[in-house]
Design a protein around this ligand. Sequence first.
Ligand SMILES: C[S@@+](CC[C@H](N)C(=O)[O-])C[C@H]1O[C@@H](n2cnc3c(N)ncnc32)[C@H](O)[C@@H]1O
Length: 361
Amino acid sequence: MRTEITHHGQTQIPPMSTQTEQQQLDPAHIMQTATSFWSSKVLLTAVEFDLFTQLGDEALTAKQLGSKLGIHPRGIYDFFDSLVASGFLNRQGDGQESKYTNTQNTSAFLNKNSPTYIGGMPEMLNNRLFGFWNHLGEALKTGQPQNEIKLNGKPLFEELYADSASLGEFLDAMTGFQAANFQQLGEKFHFENYQSVSDIGGALGLLSRIVGQQHPHLSFTTFDLPPVTPLAQREVDKAGMSDRIQVVDGDFFTNELPKADVITMGNILHDWNLEKKKVLINKAYQALPEGGALIAIENLIDDARRENLFGMLMSLNMLIELGDAFDYTGEDFRGWCREAGFKHFDVIPLAGPTSAAVAYK
Ligand SMILES: C[S@@+](CC[C@H](N)C(=O)[O-])C[C@H]1O[C@@H](n2cnc3c(N)ncnc32)[C@H](O)[C@@H]1O
């Protein structure tokens, strides 16, 4: 039987519950999490090589796929079979002549020829955030951002939008991230009770385009910074919705928000510190009529801060990106909105870790 020496030097038998816990000890979860960046980097590199588009509808051997992607023979089986074992490729048969194909999900979401491509977010994770997260320790010790603005101290959006490649990459990443959430918002929120929507920080106008298709009676304003709005206008024109979606440029800290029955903010409040969050909530209150609604679409953290791991990791990502910006709980949102004068509140779960926090004036 196992015994323990106490700090008084006496020998004791551990209580039953400790014995049971010790029989169940298992380091697997620790090791899985500690190495999970390996799996993550395999998927991100596959997206970087555009593997899923290159493979398309074909069935290719490892050698054929490897030479199409320009990969050295040393890595081909390990790389492709890791993707098979993680569920991102199918393989017909075993051995060198077996053939790799896309799965239903990689065909739909990671093949650039698919209209539902969401590779923009993995591309940004790979190009920017993978490296920046290596400095999480420094971010935690200093409270300072660890990205492009770490050394030059510029506002993040000014830095990102200074060249068209990083502007495009950021906006594509947002698109991949939110499409399923906006779709569900359109299904679950009672838009039939309202006539107009202003989407603040609307990026490429995705919310207006998706919810607009679901609710033809609504008219929209999508509001964003001047470098973004020409790209939003192009997407709105492409969707044939320019008669119902007005694209307006401005700065939400210096301009009034465009008035509407519903004001939406998708991943906006989490970009700012508490003081600026409250400024935006107050501006939304001013721009809404009595009975109007402010909707924040975010990876809302559960009130006890125990369950929505993704929401908490997103908040750490905001530390890496912006320093004092942070994600928050439904209770936090209710408190700030109550202070601004809003009367009723609701939380609507959307896709995966995302929810819509709603405040009614
Ligand atoms: C994290 S993105 C969210 C985009 C989109 N709402 C979504 O849910 O995917 C933040 C957006 O806010 C816009 N933005 C940042 N600062 C702004 C400002 N001062 N005025 C207006 N828009 C701003 C950015 O250009 C960007 O499109």
